[in-house]
Design a protein around this ligand. Structure first.
Ligand code: IPM
Ligand code: MG
Length: 354
């Protein structure tokens, strides 16, 4: 199990350290961990947010455990030097096209959701976000001068048929293993790219008659996610819409600090990261919630290494610590035991051993 550790910036190093502690507590796993700088940390060290050595390490690893990148202090750098380019570059270079972002509500956290408990209790949805296409990577892009002399900024939204097919197939396959419902989210009433997306998804759907396929415009989906989120099972959508909807869905579960993610290539190799960012304001304060990263490590065991039992052991332990009342500041409530990042990691390890 060759795992590349890319902790990155802000709270990244602290939360990745907790996930490593949890992995190490699983006896008998042949772990080979190697660490490299990424994002702002790598820029500071070498002038490049994704140095060649870091990319090479990520390529040769079976899986990557990623913390977070970004800090306001890099906002004035040219785009190609900014920390975000590291994660975008890894996704592109490693062809990590399938981004699984589960939004699962732990019953203990129902009170931490911004929605009423009855709206979210039992929530278990999976957002499957396409991750290497769309307006994120489409060309051309830039700022140009129009004949009138006025300047114009532009990006290009594109999806090839192959890109849509492979993510749609993955969506149907995942839905088959869950509630057999797939909702494809697009903006086909306005965008050509979306109409094409919808046509291809319908076509793939013919091969999955046992999965109920529906379609929803993205504005409606954003509304339905807060109106009645339990109507969804698996949502499949493009890169930009998925970016937005997955942040929205995370808040249904109480805290963005709880949600893990997997970004997979066609062979099951994956990059695993919490969906939250680097939170520079919390860095170094032992205040961040490490559970999203710990749960990302569990996803890694499940999806890349096929170690379901080990993954479940971690997930059970997370459940246990929540039941025991341990809370980091983001999920704090009256009467809970407030703990820091390290203590939360320790509590998970203790629950695994119990
Ligand atoms: C995410 C993040 C990234 C994205 C940023 C950091 C480039 O928001 O993983 O959702 O937009 O994909
Ligand atoms: Mg995002």
């Amino acid at each position: 199990m060759k795992i590349a550790l890319l902790p990155g910036d802000g709270i990244g190093p602290e939360i990745v350290a907790q996930a490593v502690k949890v992995l190490a507590a699983l006896d008998g796993l042949p772990l080979e961990l190697e660490q490299a700088p990424v994002g702002g940390a790598a820029y500071d060290a070498s002038g490049d947010p994704l140095p060649a050595a870091t990319l090479a390490l990520a390529r040769k690893a079976d899986a990557i455990l990623f913390g977070a990148v970004g800090d306001w202090k890099y906002d004035s750098l040219p785009r190609e030097k900014r920390p975000e380019q590291a994660i975008l570059g890894l996704r592109r270079e490693l062809e990590l096209f399938a981004n699984l972002r589960p939004a699962l509500l732990y019953p203990e956290l129902a009170g931490a959701s911004s929605l009423r408990p009855e709206v979210v209790s039992g929530l278990d949805i999976l957002i499957l976000r396409e991750l290497t296409g769309d307006i994120y990577f489409g060309k051309p892009r830039g700022v140009r001068r129009l004949p009138s002399g006025e300047r114009e900024g532009f990006d290009t939204m594109t999806y090839t048929e192959g890109e849509i097919r492979r993510i749609a197939e993955m969506g149907f396959a995942l839905a088959r293993k869950r509630g057999r419902k797939l909702c494809s989210v697009d903006k086909a009433n306005v965008l050509e790219t979306s109409q094409f997306w919808r046509d291809i998804v319908i076509d793939i759907g013919k091969r999955f008659p046992d999965v109920a396929l529906s379609h929803m415009y993205v504005d409606n989906a954003a509304m339905q996610l807060v109106r009645n989120p339990k109507q969804f099972d698996v949502i499949v959508t493009g890169n930009l819409f998925g970016d937005i909807l997955s942040d929205e869905a995370s808040m249904l579960t109480g805290s963005i600090g709880m949600l893990p993610s997997a970004s997979l290539d066609a062979a099951g190799k994956g990059l695993y990261e919490p969906i939250h960012g680097s939170a520079p304001d919390l860095a170094g304060k032992n205040a961040a919630n490490p559970l999203a990263t710990i749960l990302s490590a569990a996803m890694m065991l499940r999806y890349t290494f096929d170690r379901t039992e080990a993954a479940e052991c971690i997930e059970r332990a997370v459940r246990t610590v929540l039941q025991q009342g341990y809370r980091t500041a983001d999920i704090q409530e009256a009467g809970s035991r407030q703990v820091g990042t390290t203590e939360m990691g320790d509590a998970v390890v203790a629950a695994m051993r119990a």
